[in-house]
Design a protein around this ligand. Structure first.
Ligand SMILES: Nc1ncnc2c1ncn2[C@@H]1O[C@H](COP(=O)(O)OP(=O)(O)O)[C@@H](O)[C@H]1O
Ligand SMILES: [Mg+2]
Length: 241
């Protein structure tokens, strides 16, 4: 467990007067895709926001690459090469796809100076980025926006990519593209933590899995083992994979 790239131990989070996370234990191993599953309201988004410092943990510890990041600010956490794509994707609708990517490229002052090789690779992963390069991002479909959001998150090399429900509301063909892109990102050495409601998606992409309920991780293991155990799926998620 201590070998994990990201590790949460006994993390509690309060939002105002509400006690939302009740001691979350979670490990994201290096080089794997970890799926975070659970019913609506289980605390998945709150867990991601707590990792990113957008909520402050009231108790417990968060470690990234052996460093304690529990009390770091969000910008300091992002500087450790952790990228976060929130549920609403955080895209600037009035800006072009190019401008959206450029904003995220900290080291490039203009598009011409963005790392060309990396950009080519991103366009290959997400063809919509190239196709709509000079279009306002707000005009794109949901799936295309999601691709721009992930592309933006990886415009600079990352060690950990965190995405909240990347398949939400997407058509099956787009979901297949997303799965393919995440698999290639993993192959490039990025560790990935994904929140999912789409069980088929989780099953195809996940190496490890954690299932949340009521602000806690109630099951952690290998995705393949959970996928093979319908009874366990039923008891944890109330549905079959
Ligand atoms: N800003 C907030 N204020 C009050 N309660 C919140 C807030 N955000 C989330 N919650 C509550 O925290 C619980 C977990 O929410 P969330 O982390 O969004 O769950 P999930 O992402 O698993 O659906 C829910 O009961 C939700 O109503
Ligand atoms: Mg959520």
């Amino acid at each position: 467990m201590s070998n994990a790239l990201l590790e949460l131990q006994g993390v509690h989070t309060h939002i105002g007067a509400y006690h939302i996370l009740h001691g979350v234990d979670l490990a994201v191993p290096r080089g794997e895709v970890t799926m975070l599953l659970g019913r609506n309201g289980a605390g998945k988004t709150t867990t991601l926001r707590t990792i990113m410092g957008l909520w402050q943990a009231s108790q417990g510890r968060i470690r990234f690459a052996q460093q304690d990041i529990t009390r770091l600010s969000t910008p300091a956490i992002a500087r450790l090469n952790i990228a976060y794509v929130p549920e609403n994707m955080g895209i600037f609708a009035d800006l072009t796809v190019k401008e959206n990517l450029l904003l995220a490229a900290r080291s490039a002052s203009n598009a011409a100076r963005m790392d060309r090789q990396r950009l080519d690779w991103i366009c290959e992963l997400f063809p919509a980025v190239q196709k709509f390069w000079d279009h306002p991002a707000g005009k794109l479909s949901g799936g295309q926006k999601q691709m721009v959001a992930v592309a933006r998150a990886i415009v600079e090399p990352r060690d950990l990519l965190i995405v909240d429900e990347p398949s939400k509301g997407l058509a099956p063909a787009i979901i297949n593209n997303m799965i393919d892109a995440f698999a290639r990102l993993k192959a490039s050495g990025v560790s990935i933590l994904l929140v999912e409601q789409n069980i088929a998606f989780a099953k195809r992409l996940g190496d490890g899995v954690a299932v949340m309920d009521n602000g806690r991780v109630v099951h952690a293991g290998r995705m393949a083992d959970l996928a093979a155990d319908e009874e366990l799926q039923q008891s944890l998620l109330g549905l079959a994979l």
